[in-house]
Write a protein that binds this ligand. Structure first.
Ligand code: FAD
Ligand code: FES
Length: 269
């Protein structure tokens, strides 16, 4: 269920090269899962611009976006107080109930409230993000921790000046491994160059499609399932235009409604 509303820009701060964190105030009751997105109307531009929700509370929505074109450049120029027409509550978001994610694995809640396997071992989830695919994994990590899942994060960027957000994960208590393509910080290479050194029972990933494909392939090699969030080009953003449809093993699906989060077993990459 999505909702159109007017939201006020509370703050808009540069946090890395061409990357901004914007806080909007307004009605957040239609957001119910990490991994959902909002769709922002910008005057003079025909199509709304979809951006993932990084975090939200009763009155505010936080987004993190990279300036890549006219729409995001206009957003970056906002100084606070502007009013934006926004659709919220879009997309399916990440499922976090492991009895549903891995129904065959016999996972249950322990008396301490943790998701555990039949032998009592706690479930470990890897959250794997690249660039502006990192933001939705923040609220997801907090939710997973609150539901008794052990979380590790592998966050990939091109170079040092583009890194953001990892301290927020660390403050949640999530161990963070950084990768950079140029090797300026952390592990040199792509997220999978670091991820292959970790043990995990399930993965949640968001980022550019080549990264999603690499994480998906590593999962297939190891027999580990996951959820992947796609950032496809979109038209309407709420299911009406078919502009975002992608092929799955069950036929075409609209990324804006049946996604952006898809199961590793259903995508064709
Ligand atoms: C579900 C979803 C969630 C997203 N979440 C975020 C987010 O949290 N933070 C963020 O920075 N961006 C996110 N994006 C991408 C964001 O929507 C685009 O970067 C934005 O719409 C570009 O608008 P623009 O007017 O600045 O650029 P445009 O002028 O429209 O395009 C400029 C350049 O960016 C490319 N581009 C535009 N849209 C996309 C896209 N969706 N995917 C890949 N390349 C694109 C174009 O091909 C072009 O080369 C998300 C996209 C989707 C579909
Ligand atoms: S963007 Fe229109 S159906 Fe998905």
């Amino acid at each position: 269920m999505y909702k159109q509303g007017i939201y006020t820009v509370m703050s808009n701060r540069r946090i890395a090269a061409d990357v901004y964190r914007m806080v909007l105030s307004g009605d957040t009751q239609y957001l119910d899962r990490p991994g959902q997105f909002i769709n922002i109307k910008l005057s003079g531009l025909y199509l709304r611009r979809p951006i993932s929700v990084c975090d939200w509370d009763k009155e505010t929505i936080t987004i993190i976006y990279k300036v890549v074109g006219e729409g995001t450049a206009r957003m970056a120029a906002m100084t606070g107080g502007e009013e934006l027409d926004v659709l919220t509550g879009l997309g399916n978001g990440f499922e976090t109930d492991f009895t549903k994610l891995l129904p065959e694995a016999g996972i249950r809640k322990s008396p301490e409230g943790n998701f555990v396997f039949p032998d009592g071992r706690q479930v470990t989830a890897a959250v794997v993000g690249g660039g502006v695919g990192v933001p939705p994994l923040y609220a997801l990590s907090r939710k997973l921790l609150s539901e008794g899942v052990r979380v590790i994060a592998v966050l990939g960027f091109n170079q040092e000046d583009q890194i953001f957000g990892y301290r927020d994960f660390a403050e949640l208590g999530v161990p963070v491994c950084l990768t950079t393509v140029d090797g300026s910080v952390g592990v040199k290479g792509f997220v999978t160059d670091a991820l292959k050194n970790f043990e995990y029972d399930f993965y949640f990933t968001c980022g550019p499609e080549p990264m999603l494909r690499a994480v998906w392939n590593l999962g297939k090699e190891r027999g580990v399932e996951g959820l992947l969030s796609f950032e496809a080009r979109m038209g309407c953003g709420f299911g009406a235009c078919m502009g975002c449809s992608c092929e799955t093993i069950a036929g075409p699906k609209r990324i804006c409604v049946e996604g952006p989060v898809m199961k590793s077993g259903e995508v064709l990459l």
